[in-house]
Design a protein around this ligand. Structure first.
Ligand code: IFM
Length: 459
């Protein structure tokens, strides 16, 4: 049973102009890969062992063919906005020209949202780079921002008059460090030098995309970063914590704010790269003002001293942060989600506050937040108490930041549907709507009922 008092108390704290939404991403939900070009994720998934359960792009949630049904679920939820991403290879197969079929799909999606009074929030790049671009170096190609500009232009021409909010990129940290520095994600290079260059070049693409969107007279333009709070739990690990904070958070915010690339980063990575690819004119473009910043928050990074005991610690290793000094280990505490990620709502408050300080004057949104839990469909119901508590605590903690002066404008639950959790495949369920991956039947979980009740009871 949902705790209606808790929901009502939370709802009363949500201002009427605060946007509540749900989010997905193209490769994770769409399926129907026959209707588009190939992406790095198709190539990556085709290699046995890359995706835990061997999941391929099809059928995912078969969202392309079940669009009306999914739009109706959004309408039932009563959310103000839906955040989705456009698949670059669906609208631009082989990274050139334009696919009428692909553009038509997103047009139906956007029009279907507007018809249901839901704001379309469009992300241009959520990791599915066309394979043909990877073949010429992908995010290490010095012209990649020009390709991104062409793609942005195509989407802006077709949908510019109807999209409420635009995001250039989703989580460039993940693209660069999971896909290029390590082999966890597509394209799986495992080369720290490539990772650092990709981090920069992703931001040049952001800059070019933003420029194109502005040239079309569009507004409400932003980008989305995965930011978090780094907690140093043992004396002596502060230098490691500071460096992890630098690569995870400050690097991106410094570039957006027009601050130079941090000297500590250049020094600590000097054996990996000389940063010769950085162009001062590009840095100026990257610092062009954005209208909003999206934060995807899930878990803090908690560090303890490296010791025999901490070798047992679970969590990410530091290959994701090229140049990290030795001496610490990641130590996520209980409770954790099915991803092994510590559940710690106060860290969403601190992440919002530190971001507002580092990028002052920019309205913030939580563009993703949620958790994977071991959901069970029993008698047509999914009692996902763990996720319900996670949402109640995190939305409340995000509103705490707002109460303390952060210009927080909205919150998007990740995710609308159980979908492909990238290299983890289908086993990790993040949805507020349960998806039977054989029958494709959708069943709203208790967490979906929570979001619906919260929106309905809003003050
Ligand atoms: O599923 C992902 C999403 O694509 C990007 N942000 C984090 C989510 C959970 O890992």
């Amino acid at each position: 049973m949902l705790d209606t008092t808790a929901i009502n108390n939370l709802s009363q704290r949500i201002p009427s102009d605060f946007i509540v939404g749900a989010a997905t991403a193209s490769w994770q939900v769409e399926g129907d890969s026959a209707g588009r070009g190939r992406s790095i994720w198709d190539d990556f998934a085709a290699v046995p062992g890359n995706i835990a359960d061997g999941t391929l792009a099809d059928p995912a949630c078969d969202h392309v063919n079940r669009l009306e049904e999914d739009l109706d679920h959004l309408a039932w939820l009563g959310v103000d906005a839906y955040r989705f991403s456009v698949s670059w290879p669906r609208v631009m197969p082989q990274a050139k020209g334009a696919s009428e079929q692909g553009l038509g799909f997103y047009e139906r999606l956007v029009d279907g949202l507007i018809k249901r009074n839901i704001k379309p929030v469009l992300t241009l790049y959520h990791w599915d780079l066309p394979s043909e671009l990877e073949a010429i170096g992908g995010w290490n190609n010095s012209d990649i921002h020009k390709h991104f500009a062409d793609y942005t232009d195509l989407v802006a021409r077709r949908l510019g008059d109807r999209v409420s909010m635009w995001a250039t990129l989703n989580e460039p940290w993940v693209s660069a460090f999971l896909g290029y520095a390590t082999k966890i994600h597509a394209p799986g290079h495992g080369d720290p030098a490539k990772g650092l260059e990709a981090a920069y070049r992703l931001m040049t693409a952001h800059a070019s995309g933003l420029e194109v969107l502005r040239s079309h007279g569009l507004s409400n333009l932003g980008t989305v970063l995965n930011l978090t709070t780094v907690i140093a739990d043992d004396a002596g690990v502060e230098p490691v914590a500071d460096y992890v904070d630098l690569l995870q958070n400050r690097f991106w915010l410094d570039l957006l704010a027009g601050r130079p690339i941090d000297g500590q980063l250049i020094e600590r990575t000097k054996d990996i790269t000389d940063w010769a690819f950085v162009d001062q004119e590009q840095l100026k473009k990257i610092a062009a003002p954005i209208d909003w910043l999206g934060i995807n928050y899930y878990t803090p990074f908690r560090l303890i001293a490296a010791s025999e005991q901490s070798k047992k610690a679970v969590g990410q290793d530091f290959s994701l942060f090229p140049g990290t000094p030795a001496g610490a280990a990641m130590n996520p505490l209980e409770p954790r989600t099915e991803m092994g990620w510590e559940i710690h709502a106060p860290s969403i408050t601190s992440t919002l506050k530190q971001t507002a300080e580092r990028l002052p004057g920019v309205p913030l949104y939580i563009t993703e937040n949620g958790g994977a839990f071991d959901d069970k469909l029993v008698d047509g119901e999914v009692r996902d108490d763990g996720r319900v508590s996670y949402f109640l605590d995190h939305i409340s903690a995000a509103l705490d930041a707002k109460d303390q002066g952060v210009d927080l404008r909205g919150y998007f639950a990740w995710s609308l549907l159980d979908n492909i959790e990238w290299a983890e495949g289908l086993a990790k369920r993040f949805g507020i709507i349960y998806v039977d991956h054989v029958s494709q039947v959708r069943t709203p979980k208790d967490s979906a009922k929570l979001i619906k009740a919260m929106v309905e009871a809003r003050g």
